[in-house]
Design a binder for this molecule. Sequence first.
Ligand SMILES: [Zn+2]
Length: 258
Amino acid sequence: MIDFHVHQPSAGGSSARYDTRPYSAADYVAAMDELGVELSVVFTLDGLWKPSPAANDALAAWVADVPDRLVALGTVDPRGADAAAETERCLTDLGMAGMKFHPWIQAFCPHEGCMDPVAEVAAAHGKPMLFHDGTPPYSTPLQIAALARRHPGAPVVLGHGGLHDHWREAIAAVNATPNLWACLCGTPNVGMRAIAARCPADRLLFGTDAGLGSGPRQAFAAERIRELLVLPIAEELRQAIVSDNPRRLLRLPLEVGR
Ligand SMILES: [Zn+2]
């Protein structure tokens, strides 16, 4: 199983917004082993409030401890003068697998013009941009789809499948936008079933949002995995969501002999 939505734990201290304490990548991988997760796609938590090259460096160093089990998505302030250059650095020098944005926290609208140079870099590399979604005013699926439609070469991921209030909009957005994907992550069960039934099977992913809890073992992550494993969908679709699709998006070889 590939978990496409995991946060590097907060460094703690006065800047911490969540009840997390730092833990090592190795400790998190031990928790992944218990959960049956082979690979996690990890993004910053602290760096969403304060995007910086240093935050990207810290994330790259964290995943580098266990490089065969963890891949990173960087982030930038899209209004910053260095946004496109730092995106390029993340995707080349730091070897990151894509970019993550949280427009609600980072205070920009996904289809603002400032995102275009960043999206052009992602498109040039064919690497995904994952967005927090499901919370207005700045993180609705159709706002994110508007950016995706301007950059058809950039895979764009709705990081929460519309969450509680926007999963119907997420279904419409994914169906209308060939380069838009949906990650089932914190999506209510009724929304997950509707997305699985109505969206293209080859553009669905799954994630836990692990990293928001305290310590490497977080009960809600285990619960979300269990919920996905018992979701009443075809086994072939479940396999696509947890393995084939994320492997294709990350350009990893498909699992053999499963
Ligand atoms: Zn998250």
